[in-house]
Design a protein around this ligand. Structure first.
Ligand code: GTP
Length: 346
């Protein structure tokens, strides 16, 4: 089976992080995000993977190359203009036949892809959608299924009453297996969406539409700053188990600093005396000066944190400068090259 990763969105909800770094390659535990998706496909023996691009395609290609270091063959298809999720599938699939596994390029999961494929084949479905249970499905679209897992309908952002009536807490996990017949539902050259156009069409036409539930697998959509940070917290607390743990690299560390076991420190970092770092990820070449405190945060490469600054629950992108005694409070997200003068509180 071939795989297609949809990686062309602008990632507006993840701004400012995505202004210069497209969402598919934002660092997660210091690895470009798509490497996790490529890994689960490779485990299923899928080595030919197409990436469908639109926003800042060169940066993605430059980061991932031909994929040979990851043990796969990556092919890139760049749209002349954004075509939406289904439009992108149609555009990229034009030259292919046979079923395709399609992944939104922003879901972090350790799904066992072979099980999904077996389920799809056994059900004889035209389309299989992966569903994941969430505690509060009200801000997503809820998917209603029948006794044998067939998809019955979609409720977009349901009211509490509609949610209770449906009894479902299953949402679209952004992963599908599609037979070539589905291509016929998508007009060529148009902006078209799976969620709003294709799936309702599949139901209306009475095609065989199956679902596959992620029960024990980890799943997180990294598309907002909150969920991006949460994915890191899940890695560090051991909740994401099925990827090899990244190890801290060699870095220049004073003997009087404290770095906890959970934290991940990239190569070429410099950590001065009396610094405290807990539950945080530092990218390559981050400099942390005396007495600074960093907790529950993600810091991208080449950012500098000055003396006695305090960073908590924040994401700081590349090459930021945090002045002396500055305080960065939970929920703060700074774009590349942001600069905070001494004593600033954000
Ligand atoms: P937001 O702007 O924050 O909603 O993010 P997004 O642009 O990534 O959109 P969304 O999260 O809905 O997209 C889901 C997946 O589809 C992501 O992996 C996107 O990269 C991808 N995607 C969305 N629109 C397009 C498109 O027009 N072309 C391609 N190739 N991929 C797309």
């Amino acid at each position: 089976m071939r795989a297609l990763i949809l990686a062309g969105g602008k990632g507006t909800r993840l701004r400012p992080l995505t202004v210069y770094t497209p969402k598919p390659i934002v660092p997660v535990m210091n690895r470009p995000f798509l490497e996790y998706q490529i890994e689960i496909l490779k485990r299923a023996g899928i080595e030919d993977i197409t990436l469908s691009l639109s926003y800042q395609p060169d940066k993605i290609q430059h980061e991932l190359g031909f994929g040979h270091e990851l043990g796969v063959n990556l092919e890139y298809v760049t749209e002349p203009q954004p075509m939406g999720t289904a439009g992108a599938y149609r555009f990229a699939a034009n030259r292919a036949s046979g079923p395709t596994i399609v992944l939104n390029g922003d879901v972090l999961t350790d799904l066992i892809v072979t099980k999904l494929i077996k389920h799809h084949q056994a059900s004889g479905a035209h389309a299989t959608i992966v569903l994941t249970p969430v505690p509060d499905p009200s801000r997503y679209g809820v998917v209603e299924t029948g006794d044998s897992g067939e998809v019955l309908g979609f409720l977009e952002k349901p009211s509490p009453e509609a949610l209770e009536a449906s009894g479902s807490n299953l949402i679209n996990a952004g992963i599908y297996v599609l037979e070539p017949e589905i291509l016929e539902l998508i007009p060529e050259g148009q902006n078209y969406s799976f969620e709003y156009n294709v799936f309702p069409d599949i139901l209306e036409k009475g095609l065989n539409f199956s679902s596959y539930q992620l029960d024990k697998a980890y799943w997180c959509d990294i598309g907002t700053p909150e969920s991006y940070l949460a994915a890191h917290m899940d890695f560090m607390s051991g909740k994401v188990k099925n990827f090899p743990a990244e190890q801290s690299s060699e870095y220049d560390r004073a003997t009087t600093t404290f770095v906890d076991q959970n934290s991940l420190i990239g190569s070429e970092c410099v950590i001065k005396p009396n610094v405290t770092i807990t539950n945080s990820v530092l990218g390559r070449g981050v400099v942390v000066e005396e007495r600074a405190v960093i907790e529950n945060s993600v810091i991208w490469p080449h950012t500098r944190i000055s003396n006695s600054a305090e960073i908590s629950g924040a994401v700081l992108a590349r090459s930021c400068y945090i002045g002396k005694n500055a305080i960065v409070t939970p929920g703060t997200v700074l774009g590349n090259k942001s600069s905070l003068t001494d004593y600033t509180k954000v």
